[in-house]
Design a protein around this ligand. Structure first.
Ligand code: HEC
Length: 248
């Protein structure tokens, strides 16, 4: 038994040493502490990379491998009031660099955008480019179905509820859902034809050109509504495509 314990002790010490190896420190703006953002985001980063990030709330003087402050070298996000926060790589270790890159990667930005308090999005990817790529798939499924029926159902068959609605040439939501890359397509549908000519997403799209108003009745959406639709889309049963046509 003693031998086993001794081996166990060695194994555990080794594991602990390894765990310590992949630990870095991030100095965060103190204003972010109360939001709970990091306890949502950083465990997800750890899951992907195995790197544990210890957060210290303070300023540049607090040291740290990565700084996430109002002064920064690379923008990361803004809060609801539009205050910007960004990252600075303070020590160039590979692990610190990984966190630095991840924060502005599509996955990192999506994770930040997905964080909610009482259903409210708290932080917004700061660069338009990135914001454009991101449609949250987090939201209220029931509201998502209602919103989709009201705003997309004019052209798309959404569910049983508008089975005979929609426009023939337009893919049903079930058919969209069956595409392998449906997330990517949905994630920027407002940039894909024919939508740009009639779709406005609050805070994301440019206003319509007043000289060329939309010829189709326009749809207006907030990013929250897009999230609701995304959440609903996730629950839709993908239509079976590629099955031989059965004619009766
Ligand atoms: C005025 C008609 C119309 C409305 C309203 C509309 N769409 Fe579409 N949508 C289309 C058509 C037509 C296509 C097929 C485009 C093609 O195949 O090139 C399409 C395709 C799509 C695609 C696939 C895009 C691609 O290129 O693969 C997505 C995703 C999509 N729509 C999402 C939505 C969502 C979400 C809404 C509601 C918020 C919506 N659409 C509202 C007409 C519409």
């Amino acid at each position: 038994v003693r031998q086993i314990l001794a081996i166990l002790a060695i194994v555990l010490t080794a594991a602990a040493a390894q765990a310590r190896d992949v630990e870095i420190t991030m100095v965060s703006d103190p204003g972010l502490e109360a939001t709970g953002l990091w306890s949502y985001v950083l465990p997800r980063f750890k899951l992907k990379t195995g790197i544990r990030v210890v957060v210290v709330y303070g300023n540049t003087e607090a040291g740290g491998d990565v700084l996430l402050l109002r002064d920064f070298t690379r923008p990361v996000m803004a809060n609801g009031e539009g205050t910007g926060f960004g990252a600075t790589l303070a020590r160039t270790s590979p692990h610190a660099a990984k966190l630095f890159e991840w924060l502005t990667s599509v996955i990192g930005q999506r994770t930040i955008a997905a964080y909610r308090v009482d259903g409210q999005q708290m932080f917004f990817p700061i660069t338009q480019e990135i914001a454009k790529e991101i449609a949250p798939l987090v939201g209220n499924i029931q509201i998502g179905e209602k919103t989709a029926l009201a705003k997309c159902g004019r052209c798309h068959v959404i569910s049983e509820k508008n089975k005979f609605g929609g426009i023939g040439s337009t893919p049903s939501f079930g058919a969209l859902r069956a595409l392998e890359d449906w997330r990517e397509r949905f994630g920027k549908f407002w940039t894909l034809n024919p939508h740009p000519s009639f779709t406005q997403i609050e805070g994301v799209t440019k206003p319509f050109n007043p000289e060329r108003p939309p010829i189709i009745y326009p749809i207006f959406l907030t990013m929250d509504e897009v999230g609701d639709i995304g959440a609903y889309l996730q629950t839709i049963k993908p239509k079976e495509l590629g099955q031989p046509l059965v004619r009766n």
